[in-house]
Design a protein around this ligand. Structure first.
Ligand SMILES: [Zn+2]
Length: 476
């Protein structure tokens, strides 16, 4: 059932707001297919909904890991570059999906089901290829306005059922939803094309292409157990024996390559598990794993155990695991943020800062460390330093919403409200939220303070955004 929600919520729900919010109307889309800019706006709109979902995973270490895998693949795409954003939804159903505008979502269960990094990369490469081959735009292009309208009303009903899980309503909708689902599945041709381009992408990026074959084969075996209740991934990406054979023939023609998993693969999976279910269950699971010796790598199991203990507020036990991990010579930025978190639990802000400063020097490109360091500095009252850091980082990556938010938080601590609202406006803008951004700039104006130069900057930005808003209204 969840798959309908995601697919329909993912692809079509925001269309319900189309006419009200100034996106091109359905008729226009149907005539011209979906233009690149309309697709991007549609994707942004959908992401606004998804980011509000409590299942949307915010952990910068886990999200950063998936992003790094995905961006490495995307860096090998031929021709025009388009931006991609990778995100994770905490969900027990095996699924991954591409949304309009290059947003690619992966369910946490799928990350846990992968047996190697190359398997996980295989799914990402397949999804990226749906985007580069414009499969979504081509699917939309085939829908008539009537069809889209009926799917829309269904989507609204299904979303309503989600927050009101009445069994009778749910059953009635799922009966009709089969028909809707038929229209949303990728065609077999699209699937084969995504496999083919995905495999090439994996090869160019230096991964083991056999990962895609083995993972999809296991998904197919798994699906057979379910008959009509196949896991989400198989419903949206119809998988057949024929497709697997095709894939395997292609893989056989590619050079054999053994690629070891990165350390992060095991550590990130352990962290996902440590924050699943109740803290007590997570502690019990890892503890049983360590007692029975049933783990692929001891360091992964201990790392997961330490996080589960931290989450369960068993700080001394978590510190003991950290000490063991140091003895086992585990070296990873993930271990340093764990160490800093444990110091903070002991109210040792100076200790946490020292760990994070050292780690940020040792791993200068790890975003999660940067965020943690800035946040800890703000907490420690080192606002000037924190501010300098956000400014330096924003020069490198102006599209990082989290950095803008950290900057707003820092200004708030300093009592600089004009600058606070201005930074918050930029955070909203990165996520495509024009109205809240305008609102923040108006608050910045009212807050006063700042010098003449800063005030006129706010005025200029506000003028620009209002202009942009007018254009969107006109487009409607
Ligand atoms: Zn597919």
């Amino acid at each position: 059932m969840r798959i309908y929600l995601w697919l329909i919520a993912g692809l079509l729900w925001p269309l319900a707001m189309v006419r009200a919010d100034g996106l091109p109307d359905l008729g226009e889309m149907e005539r011209s297919g979906l233009s690149v800019s309309a697709e991007k706006r549609l994707g942004e709109r959908i992401m606004l909904e998804i980011r509000r979902d409590p299942a949307y995973l915010q952990d910068p270490e886990i999200v950063g890991y998936i992003g790094q895998l995905g961006q490495r693949l995307a860096g090998h795409i031929d021709g025009a570059r388009q931006p991609f954003e990778f995100f994770i939804v905490r969900d027990p159903m095996l699924n991954a999906f591409a949304l309009p505008g290059g947003y690619i979502g992966v369910h946490s269960a799928l990350i846990l089901a992968a047996r190697s990094e190359s398997e996980l990369v295989g799914v990402l490469a397949h999804e990226i290829s749906h985007v580069t081959q414009s499969h979504l735009a081509r699917m939309f292009g085939k829908q008539s306005e009537m069809q889209l309208a009926s799917i829309l009303s269904m989507a609204v009903a299904i979303l309503a059922a989600r927050s009101n899980p009445d069994v009778a309503i749910g059953a009635a909708i799922s009966g009709q939803a089969v028909g809707v689902q038929q229209q949303l599945n990728y065609s077999r041709d699209f699937e084969r094309e995504a496999d083919r381009f995905g495999l090439d992408l994996m090869e160019k990026a230096g991964y083991d292409t056999r990962g895609m074959g083995s993972f999809f084969e296991r998904l197919l075996q798994f699906g057979r157990l379910y008959e009509n209740n196949a896991p989400g991934y198989l419903r949206t990406h119809p998988l057949t024996t024929e497709r697997i054979t095709d894939m395997e023939n292609r893989i056989a023609q590619k050079p054999y390559r053994q690629v070891p998993d990165s350390d992060e693969f095991g550590l990130v999976r352990a962290k996902i598990k440590a924050y699943d279910g109740t803290p007590g269950d997570a502690v019990a699971d890892f503890s049983a794993q360590l007692k029975s010796g049933k783990y692929a790598r001891e360091t992964d199991a201990r790392f997961g155990y330490a996080h589960a203990l931290l989450r369960d507020n068993k700080i001394a036990a978590a510190e003991a695991e950290l000490a063991t991990l140091r003895r086992l010579k585990l070296e990873s930025p993930l271990l340093e943020t764990l160490a800093a978190q444990l110091r903070l639990k002991r109210q040792d802000v100076a200790g946490a800062l020292q760990i994070l400063r050292g780690a940020a020097q040792h791993y200068p490109h790890v975003r999660a460390l940067t965020y943690a360091l800035i946040e800890t500095k703000v907490g420690a009252g080192e606002t000037a330093e924190a501010l300098a850091m956000t400014q330096k980082e924003l020069q490198l990556t102006p599209g990082d919403a989290r950095l803008h938010e950290l900057q707003a938080k820092t200004y708030a601590m300093m009592g600089k409200h004009l600058q606070q609202h201005r930074a918050q406006a930029e955070a909203y803008l990165v996520e495509g939220q024009l109205d809240p951004a305008i609102e923040q700039l108006e608050l910045a104006r009212k807050a006063g303070g700042g010098d003449f130069y800063e005030q006129s900057q706010v005025d200029a930005r506000l003028h620009e955004l209002k202009q942009r808003k007018m254009e969107e209204m006109r487009r409607r």
